[in-house]
Design a protein around this ligand. Structure first.
Ligand code: FES
Length: 290
């Protein structure tokens, strides 16, 4: 590990150990949970309609707009002043949905990840305030002040982006937890047909992959047992009468029929397994659609 990577890793570890942040994290998390309780809001912010998380995609908008504004400030001269001010304003507008989607994702994290995520959010909030100050300064004719505030804000945003990258790529927040599971395409005998009673949830293993097997209204269903959101055990979840399974960790709901997400925070459908019953034995294989 290089000296710089070691130094940054040390900073992040210190943030992750800062239990002084827990009170604030708990309060803010409660607010986020209240705001995102309606299913349509949770799904919209989680990216359940998109097939992967929304937040990483939205971050490009404010960072792009504010980065372009600074580039114009540095290279465009006086005639680019209006364009740069508009870019700062666009970035501020884009930062609102970006922050909301990030807050929704963050509310499902725990421990050190939650503390680092809180610092990430606070840095972004301060960066947005600096950009708002820049827009006001530019608007009132104080272009140099506006340029300085924009540069400061962008620097803070990029530092915060490092924390976001750490949470995604080092800690795996937001990564589909079934992405690296094997896709067994040959039929595997997993249980006797009579063992799976209506309304029960059973965990079976196919080629090292845990699969949740259940029967509802006489019909067998099989989905990967590891929740795509953060790895919760679906076989310990709740079978809902409307043909869905609810994850016990953060309440994502998946349709038994095809694994589709009915409620976030999950954004990736649950992998589906095909079922064949032969000689009163249940055989499974990964569905083509996975
Ligand atoms: S692990 Fe988060 S909803 Fe399943």
């Amino acid at each position: 590990m290089s000296d710089s990577a070691r130094m940054l890793s040390g900073v992040i570890q210190s943030l992750g150990r800062a239990k002084v942040l827990d009170g604030t994290a708990k309060t803010v998390s409660g607010w986020v949970a209240a705001v995102t309780r309606p299913t349509w809001i949770k799904n919209a912010l989680s990216g359940s309609w998109l097939g992967h998380q929304l937040h990483p995609m939205l971050t490009d908008l404010p960072i792009g707009a504010w980065g372009a504004a600074v580039a114009l400030d540095l290279t465009g001269g006086e005639e680019s002043a209006d364009a740069a001010r508009r870019l700062v304003g666009l970035g501020i507008l884009a930062s609102a949905p970006t922050a909301l989607s990030g807050a929704s994702d963050w509310s499902s994290t725990r421990g050190a990840d939650k503390r680092v995520g809180l610092v990430h959010a606070l840095m972004n909030a301060v960066a947005s305030v600096l950009q708002a100050g820049s827009w006001i300064a530019r608007r009132s004719g104080h272009r140099r002040t506006g340029i300085a505030l924009s540069a400061l804000g962008l620097g803070l945003t990029l530092s915060s982006a490092y924390l976001g990258g750490h949470l995604s790529f080092v800690r795996g927040i937001g990564v589909n937890r079934t992405a690296f599971q094997s896709q067994a395409r040959s039929w595997t005998d997993v249980a006797a047909d009579g063992e799976i009673l209506d309304g029960t949830l059973v965990r079976v293993i196919v080629n090292d992959v845990p699969v949740m097997l259940t029967r509802q209204d006489g019909r067998l269903h099989a989905l990967s047992a590891v929740c795509t959101h953060a790895g919760g055990p679906l076989d310990q979840g709740t079978l809902d009468p409307d043909g869905c399974i609810t994850c016990p960790w953060h309440g994502s709901r998946f349709r038994l029929e095809d694994g589709a997400v009915e409620r976030g925070p999950a954004s990736v459908p649950q992998p589906l397994w095909e079922i064949n019953v032969e000689d009163e034995r249940i055989l499974l294989r990964a569905a083509d659609s996975n």
